[in-house]
Design a protein around this ligand. Sequence first.
Ligand SMILES: NC(=O)c1ccc[n+]([C@@H]2O[C@H](COP(=O)([O-])OP(=O)(O)OC[C@H]3O[C@@H](n4cnc5c(N)ncnc54)[C@H](O)[C@@H]3O)[C@@H](O)[C@H]2O)c1
Length: 158
Amino acid sequence: MTDHIRFAGHGVLVTGAARGIGAAVARRFAEEGGRVLVTDRDLPEAERTAAALRQHGLGAQALVCDIADRTSVEAAVAHAVAAFGLLDVLVNCAAHCSPDAPLFEDDHDEAWALDLDVTLTGAYRCCRAALPHLATSGRGAIVSIGSVNGLQDFGNHA
Ligand SMILES: NC(=O)c1ccc[n+]([C@@H]2O[C@H](COP(=O)([O-])OP(=O)(O)OC[C@H]3O[C@@H](n4cnc5c(N)ncnc54)[C@H](O)[C@@H]3O)[C@@H](O)[C@H]2O)c1
């Protein structure tokens, strides 16, 4: 837990929040007073993550959201606005990552296209859907999680 309360009353939508970094981001926002929509394409895991936050008295609910699907993204943003009355923060954390990614020179067009569609275009879909609401809130912010892959080749080149 933290003593800092920077996000009291803020509506926060985190993608890829069922586990890993996204789940940690969701927890930190909730600990700092935010009302967090824990979204992921893995709904059961997202529900477990949100339930664990609620057990600690924190404001969190779960919703399925596949960032590769425009309709799913728009539904998640609409849900956040309806549930919280506003949307102040979007965190783009979902990403497509293969543990057994091939070498750069062996990569397939299909794998490249999938990585781009989820990790890059997915973040764009979320920004596009959220932006009008973030602008309305007057304190809107978008945080997009980058990767060390931008600095050095660890696979998942796209
Ligand atoms: N783990 C690291 O060392 C590391 C380092 C630098 C950056 N990052 C970045 O941080 C972010 C999260 O990484 P992580 O290690 O926590 O990953 P992770 O694999 O543990 O979690 C990713 C989450 O995204 C979800 N997801 C995948 N595709 C999705 C989709 N189409 N729609 C919605 N959700 C989807 C998964 O279900 C999963 O819950 C990624 O953007 C990654 O590039 C990770």
